[in-house]
Design a protein around this ligand. Structure first.
Ligand SMILES: Nc1ncnc2c1ncn2[C@@H]1O[C@H](COP(=O)(O)OP(=O)(O)OP(=O)(O)O)[C@@H](O)[C@H]1O
Ligand SMILES: [Mg+2]
Length: 381
């Protein structure tokens, strides 16, 4: 079974690097936060490596901000530990931690210029004027806002304000940067563009970053690894591609991207393949699952892994669904088809529009939908 739940990392002896230094730059060990009866964060363990961008992704109320706030020190854990570079930091107050958190609404000081906003933290830490000046210049260069230094926040676009907030967060050179919905205030197009900018700035500084978002595209674009959260727990942790291509459960498959899910029973299970019988046909999958014959399972299939054709393929005994196109949406680069299958269910198929005069499949066309044995994912839970 591909995809694993959150790894539990063994606790390191206090005050040590835990033996593997950079790989365990930030280590969260069995962290729990209860608000009365509710476990907002429920027994979460993870090791985050130095320089990694790690995203917490999940729907509203699943505990993302609470976990981030515990890392920052704004919330006291009910139990469990937080280790930064091997040192337990759970008992430290926020300002004692080498961490900076950028909030959901990144409130810049409206009466201060861009330059003064970035300088604010440095001055408050009593840094000498020449050091403040040099660092502010460096940060404004980094986020490409030098020409805007004397403007007030209201004279900037949303994306520019966002970059000022990032410059302010990075000015004190935190060991760990925490971002809570950093792009939440931006519109869709600006968001997409800013995701790339933000990632390249964070990577160029090399700061380790934990990012909270409920936008899967944002997590996929920005993060090295993603933790999918539900009800205070990590459901799956992995690289974006891993989470998308080999989800470990129906929940994750359904949560990330669009997916066709089929319920069925295991009828064949060999080391090199298995066959699952569903109400719309047989699926031949290119690996065994060491399951039990007759076991109920789900098969997940992404819309872009399906080929549509009006002509019958040579072999229709497995991985070939017949149906009729009931809806079609043209998106330019791709078209999305909804195909009604024999049991009345709808199959979603995404087809790239590579040829201008390719075969035209229309609403009402009878079609064959085929897929390769290795594009199907078997889900037991
Ligand atoms: N101070 C608090 N007192 C009581 N309950 C709280 C408190 N803070 C958070 N909670 C509860 O803990 C759960 C997790 O909240 P949290 O803010 O971490 O969610 P989230 O994943 O960040 O959601 P969103 O995407 O909406 O920001 C929710 O059920 C919330 O109501
Ligand atoms: Mg939140």
């Amino acid at each position: 079974m591909a995809g694993t739940a959150a790894q539990v990392t063994p606790a390191a002896p206090p005050g040590t690097m835990g033996g593997s230094g950079d790989a365990q730059f930030l280590r969260v060990d069995r962290l729990t936060k209860r608000f009365g009866e509710v476990a907002a964060v429920d027994d979460v363990s993870i090791a985050i490596r130095k320089g990694e961008i790690f995203a917490l992704l999940g729907s509203s109320g699943c505990g993302k901000s609470t976990l981030l706030r515990m890392l920052a020190g704004f919330e006291t854990p009910t139990s469990g530990g937080i280790y930064l570079e091997g040192k337990e930091i759970s008992a430290l107050r926020p300002f004692e931690r080498p961490i900076n958190m950028m909030f959901q609404s990144y409130a810049l000081f409206p009466h201060l210029t861009v330059w003064e906003n970035v300088a604010f933290g440095l001055k408050r830490h009593g840094q000498p004027a020449d050091r403040v000046k040099a660092q502010v210049e460096r940060m404004l260069g980094l986020v490409q806002l030098k020409p805007y230094a004397q403007r007030k926040p209201h004279q900037l676009s949303g994306g520019q304000q966002q970059r000022v907030a990032l410059a302010r967060s990075l000015a004190l050179e935190p060991r760990l940067l925490l971002l809570d919905e950093p792009l939440g205030a931006l519109d869709r197009k600006l968001r997409a563009q800013t995701q790339f900018e933000l990632t390249s700035i964070i990577k160029s500084v090399g700061v380790t970053c934990v990012l909270v978002t409920h936008d899967q595209e944002e997590a996929m674009t920005m993060a090295d690894r993603i933790a999918i959260m539900s009800a205070g727990s990590f459901v799956q942790v992995g690289a974006p591609r891993e989470i998308y291509e080999t989800p470990g459960s129906r929940f994750v498959a359904d949560f990330i991207g669009t997916v066709n899910l089929f319920e069925g029973a295991l009828v064949e299970d060999e080391p090199d393949h298995c066959v699952i019988e569903t109400s719309v046909g047989r699926f031949y999958i290119g690996h065994g699952i060491t399951g039990v014959k007759g076991q109920r399972l789900s098969v997940a299939l992404r819309p872009e892994k399906i080929e549509l054709s009006t002509a019958a393929p040579a072999d229709t005994s497995s991985n070939c669904l017949q149906g009729r196109v009931v809806e079609c949406a043209y998106f330019g680069a791709t078209s999305l088809y909804r195909v009604m299958l024999s049991d009345g269910s709808r199959l979603q198929v995404s087809v790239p529009n590579t040829e201008r005069h390719g075969e035209v499949i229309k609403v009402g066309s009878d079609v064959f939908a085929t897929c390769a044995a290795d594009s199907l994912v078997v889900l037991v839970s």
